[in-house]
Design a protein around this ligand. Structure first.
Ligand code: ZN
Length: 313
């Protein structure tokens, strides 16, 4: 048996305007652009990776910003909300910061004893900040958000499902335990300190999720390289059809469509984003995996212009 999964490795979503996306996740949310690359399955589209200073597993929100993407439908069979972890006592700071930035922010609410601030990104993807006393110090960028309030990484995701039974057995297999339940929401938690919460929200009345701007493409969970092949076997034993192990340069990946419809990825924590550029220069250059390097001129010409933030982070 592979070892239990500590939590989420990254979350990948679909966006539209790459410049707006970059400005929102760096200037407004205060994450660092830790990798600027292309979608390896469609190289005319950027793949932008945001995270803490190092892009540590558990902090990395990534985007495929298709400039003319049609809006998707958030709904069942998807991760319908992405939750970020902030220190306890930081909700008011964030409410003011987001409101000042023109972000549509909902009233803070409380869930399972934690203060939660719901809002949306520029493409309408539902996001939440979850304030907790156990938020790790982490390694957030120095600016623009003061360290005392900075996003530490993921808290978790909410999966919108017709039935929680479609997904709960797999989560348990992965090392997540049920910790709380209220109404249509059941929380599962792993033992890690980031990205450890997966809320299953049973909502058969909700619209079926449709891919497009403002929707999550997949949720990746963190595994070790030693365990990667074993995870494929676990998935096959559950009657699922995982992909082969795919080399994504910064991690190795196995993808699987779960019974609830959500696309999961099992991504290795190594080698990480510093494998092909120095830590203090992450995100400054367009980075291509070596198998795309001979097409660099053509790829660069087909990408939209993007002005990279010059503020140190
Ligand atoms: Zn991924």
């Amino acid at each position: 048996m592979p070892t239990d999964i500590p939590g989420i490795h990254h979350v990948t979503a679909i966006g539209s305007d790459p410049g707006e996306n970059l400005a929102f996740y760096t200037d407004t949310l205060g994450l660092r652009l830790v990798k600027r690359s292309v979608n390896q399955d469609d190289t005319s589209v950027y793949h932008l990776f945001y995270g803490d200073y190092e892009g540590s597993p558990g902090t990395s929100m990534t985007y495929f910003p298709y400039p003319n993407a049609r809006p998707g439908q958030v709904g069942t069979g998807q991760a319908s909300t992405v939750q970020f972890l902030i220190p306890d006592g930081s909700i008011e700071y964030w409410r003011e910061r987001l409101t000042d930035a023109g972000v549509d922010v909902d009233e803070p609410t409380e869930r399972f004893g934690d203060a939660v601030l719901p809002f949306q990104d520029p493409d309408g993807l539902p996001l939440e900040l979850v304030a907790r006393t156990d938020a790790p110090a982490g390694n957030p960028p120095d600016a623009p958000v003061p360290e005392s309030h900075a996003i530490r990484g993921f808290f978790g995701v909410t999966l919108s499902l017709d039935s929680a039974d479609s997904t709960a057995p797999l989560l348990r297999e992965m090392g997540f335990q049920e910790t709380a339940s209220e109404g249509d929401r059941t929380r599962y938690e792993s033992a890690g300190d980031l990205g450890y919460a997966v809320d299953l929200r049973e909502d058969p009345q909700a619209p079926r999720g449709q891919p497009g701007a403002g929707t999550v493409h997949h949720v990746a969970f963190q595994v070790t390289q030693a365990d990667q092949a074993d995870w494929r076997e676990v998935l096959q034993a559950q009657g699922l059809r995982p992909t082969e192990i795919i080399d994504r340069k910064w991690f190795e990946s196995v993808y699987v469509r779960t019974r609830g419809g959500v696309l999961f990825e099992f991504a290795t924590e190594a080698p990480g984003y510093t494998v092909d550029e120095p830590l203090d220069e992450l995100g400054e250059q367009l980075i291509l995996p070596e198998w795309l390097e001979d097409r660099r001129a053509e790829i660069e010409a087909s990408l939209p212009e993007l002005s990279i933030p010059s503020t140190p982070n």
